[in-house]
Design a protein around this ligand. Structure first.
Ligand code: DX5
Ligand code: ZN
Length: 216
């Protein structure tokens, strides 16, 4: 499988969100990455259901929803109803991660688990075969436009080895500080999906940047 690109609409122009989603529809982007922040799990608040539902009406690509919220179990079904195809929760925000992952899958979505930069990949050893996607944070979650934490490259390699050892089919997605340079290193290390927010939306030609990320 060639790698996937998931632009993050956190860096989109919210006054022209429909236009930006249509640009992603036209582009070579594979998924649309949607960052949900609650001001508790992370020190920022992004947007919620009233924004997601209309976005989903326009989007022709899978919605890859990244929940940076405490106790996400409360809202799994509602995120499915608002259009989430892939739903990712944080390891650090779930008391009973196995139950949460099972519920996401029972609701018909793909289940992702995200790890903060300080969380070792070994915590996923006993659940990796159940998880469709691991989202490694390569910045501390909460804001777009931060710089890439280099240790992520080593984490990707170790996670790739764990997935192979367990004969799992889990995809590795990376989020934060992705550009052509870090993206290439991540793909060489074994990443399957690259999220990119500010690098895409702050560019003069976002569609062209997506195309070039796809060609890395
Ligand atoms: C950060 C979010 C990211 C963010 C990435 O907490 O999870 O998805 O949009 O932004 P960039 O690509 O600008 O680092
Ligand atoms: Zn994200």
């Amino acid at each position: 499988m060639s790698h996937l690109i998931a632009p993050s609409v956190l860096s989109a122009d919210f006054l022209n969100l429909g236009r930006d989603i249509e640009m992603l529809n036209r582009s070579e982007a594979d998924w649309i990455h949607v960052d949900i922040m609650d001001g508790m799990f992370v020190p920022n608040i992004s947007f919620g259901f009233p924004v997601m539902a209309p976005m989903n009406k326009v989007a022709t690509k899978p919605m890859d929803v990244h929940l940076m919220i405490e106790d996400p179990d409360r809202y799994l079904e509602e995120f499915r109803d608002k259009g989430a195809d892939i739903l990712t929760v944080h390891y650090e925000a779930c008391r009973h991660l196995h139950r949460t992952v099972s519920q996401i899958k029972a609701l018909g979505m793909q289940a992702g688990v995200s790890l903060n930069p300080h969380t070792p990949i070994e915590v996923l050893e006993d659940i990796i075969t159940e998880v469709d996607l691991v989202l490694l944070m390569s910045v501390n979650p909460g804001f777009g436009g931060q710089s890439f934490i280099e240790n992520t490259i080593d984490k990707v390699k170790r996670l790739k080895a764990m997935i192979a050892r367990r004969s799992a089919k889990t995809l590795i997605e990376i989020d934060g500080g992705v550009n052509f340079e870090t993206g290439k290193k991540l793909l060489d290390a074994g990443a399957d999906v690259l999220v990119a927010g500010s690098f895409v939306f702050n560019a003069e030609k976002p569609e062209q940047v997506i195309k070039e990320l796809k060609e890395l």
